[in-house]
Design a protein around this ligand. Sequence first.
Ligand code: RBF
Length: 215
Amino acid sequence: MASLKGPGEAQIHDGSNLRIAIVHARWNTEIISALVAGARRSLLASGVKVENIVVEDVPGSYELPFAVQRFLMTLPIESSSNPTGPISAATDLLSSASLADLTTPEPTAASQQGSSKSSEAPLKASFSAIIAIGVLIKGETMHFEYIADATSHGLMKVQLDLGVPVVFGLLTVLNEEQGRARAGMDGKHCHGEDWGRAAVELGVKRQVWAEGKFT
Ligand code: RBF
């Protein structure tokens, strides 16, 4: 019988035109590694090109909102003038442009059709979606509560402020065992896979919604 929990029937979305970032904390590294691997697996299975997956790490979950915000405050220079790819040409927009530049929708799915080299299509936004991954394990002090609250609010704020989907890959668990189980380390389901699929779905839907198309 299908489980009541989880994101429901898996939908297939084509991620071949997307550029996705994974930003993860290093605390509880073993669990993090399994979650990141799961997210990468489902991104690749959804057609996201390996060169369009960017992975970066930060010390702890508390740093995730800032890192995500900085990632999204970059603008790739169009590939025709940038043979080395968008990453090396990323520009800090804080000093050079207004926030409006960041919320400009990406080229729509329709506008990318017909391009013989869709992977070289210029992107207006730096990333189609970003996955923030961290593992918070409750300890004896109040740190867990403060970090969980600040991080979740920060991630929500940055996605609404910048108009780019931020997938919430923050596990807030009571012990290591709960974390290992949710990362699929006991051979069961890895939540990182759901996060990869969520990033692709939101990245694709963001393009479709930008065309004013709603199902
Ligand atoms: N970061 C995590 O990602 N997961 C944790 O479980 C975690 N626990 C912490 C517990 C304490 C007592 C402290 C001081 C920090 C913890 N951090 C954790 C690190 C935190 O997210 C951040 O990296 C540091 O506070 C530096 O800003």
